[in-house]
Design a protein around this ligand. Structure first.
Ligand code: AMP
Length: 396
């Protein structure tokens, strides 16, 4: 496999898949440019070493061909500011205008192609479409981790046309490094903290992690399926009745494999799903009818902090409670703080997948943990042990 640092980009045309699927407001202004910034190191590396860059991405979910609100032209001026150089724009990702602009592209210059998903061939993984994109360049770089779990034309199929000139960009490399640290070479003890709403969406991750972790901390809405399965009273808390068997199997497997599995011992309960609800604190398995668990309690927080601060490698996915409501956010904030402390003590800490990333950003702690993943679905699938098509296309 070729590493981006070892490749000579001099006079090469590089087509690079990035994830510029950024949120835009009604005036088509970017409201969060994290994904664009994440691709800058790879773009700059190629431009600085005298290659030219052709960027391709999707934006939103256009249904039938081009739509103004999903045009990547809205990103041109901001990208140009970030790179401190002009960015050319092709109003079609294949065909006349793209070909023309590409043929006049000089070393050190950059061109952004229009939204790939204006063509159905992109999400269908169409080979002809991929071939037309491939014809624009000498080298293929994939730095779009957020779409690496999709076998689309620009993320996977296109790689076939670059047998000796395909590689990951810096973003995908660092995402893979951090996940591989957790999965294959963690300093021990290794702790996974899993929260969020449902057990059903986390079963595969738990299964894969049970062979690797020393401690598995459970929080959030999925707690109550475990507690109910063990015969506890969970009142009106979130529960997946058809997953109680799975919960029991997980507990049994953890026991057999010597994994220390931690469930909440106490909870904050509310009399309705509302920030202004009446609240109380009670033992995790003694929630009365009419009350529902919305956060982990103080005893649980202290227990969890102890384990986290004594761990050397930590993965966190999913909030500990309904953190979007301020009164039910303490558990999630405390876990985030514990992760920061563990990081300060030298632990490797990875936060990834959906709402735990939202939480760590909300509390402005993202630069105080070792790594925050940019890829929700892709990250979860990788941790589940699945082979991601976009990764396989390059790694082989
Ligand atoms: P997930 O996408 O599975 O990680 O779930 C995240 C969601 O789980 C967030 O919107 C939280 O508000 C929600 N959540 C966390 N704890 C609870 C709980 N005790 N009851 C209901 N929802 C919860």
């Amino acid at each position: 496999m070729i590493h981006i640092n070892e490749f000579n980009f001099e006079d090469k045309r590089v087509i690079m898949r990035v994830d510029f699927n950024v949120p835009l407001n009604e005036k088509h202004q970017i409201t969060d440019d994290t994904r664009i910034r994440a691709a800058l190191p790879s773009i700059n590396k190629i431009l600085d070493t005298n290659g030219s860059v052709i960027l391709m991405s999707h934006l939103g979910r256009p249904k039938e061909g081009p739509e103004e609100k999903f045009s990547l032209k809205h990103l041109v001026s901001h990208l140009s500011e970030l790179l401190n150089k002009p960015v050319k724009f092709a109003d079609d990702c294949i065909g006349g205008s793209a070909n023309e602009l590409v043929s006049s592209l000089k070393p050190g210059e950059i061109l952004l192609l229009e939204n790939l998903r204006f063509y159905k061939g992109e999400t269908k993984g169409d080979e002809e479409f991929a071939k037309k994109l491939a014809a624009l360049a000498d080298v293929y770089v994939n730095d779009a981790f957020g779409t690496a779990h999709r076998a689309h034309a620009s993320t996977t199929i296109i790689a076939n046309f670059f047998p000796g000139a395909k590689m990951f960009g810096y973003l995908i490399n660092s995402e893979l490094d951090s996940m591989d640290t957790i999965l294959h070479s963690p300093a021990k003890p290794l702790t996974a903290i899993l929260g969020g709403a449902k057990v059903s969406t986390k079963i595969n991750i738990i299964e894969n992690l049970l062979d690797k972790v020393d401690n598995l901390i459970i929080g959030g809405g999925m707690t109550y399926t475990f507690i109910a399965a063990k015969g506890g009273n969970i009142g009106s808390s979130l529960v997946e009745k058809d997953k109680k068997d799975v919960a029991l199997k997980i507990l049994e497997e953890a026991n057999i494999k010597g994994v220390n599995i931690l469930l909440p011992v106490d909870n904050i309960v509310a009399d309705r799903f509302d920030n202004a609800a009446n609240t109380n604190i009670c033992a995790a398995d003694e929630i009365e009818d009419g009350w529902l668990g919305v956060d982990i309690g103080e005893k649980t927080i202290q227990e969890y902090i102890q384990v986290i601060e004594n761990s050397k490698t930590i993965l966190w996915n999913g909030p500990m409670g309904v953190f979007e409501m301020d009164n039910f956010a303490k558990g999630t904030i405390s876990i985030a703080d514990a992760l920061v402390k563990a990081t300060e003590k030298g632990a490797f800490t990875l936060v990834g997948g959906g709402d735990s990333v939202a939480a760590i950003n909300k509390y402005n702690l993202s630069d105080k943990v070792s790594y925050v993943s940019t890829g929700g679905g892709a990250m979860l699938e990788y941790i589940e042990g699945k082979e991601l098509p976009g990764i396989k296309a390059i790694r082989g």
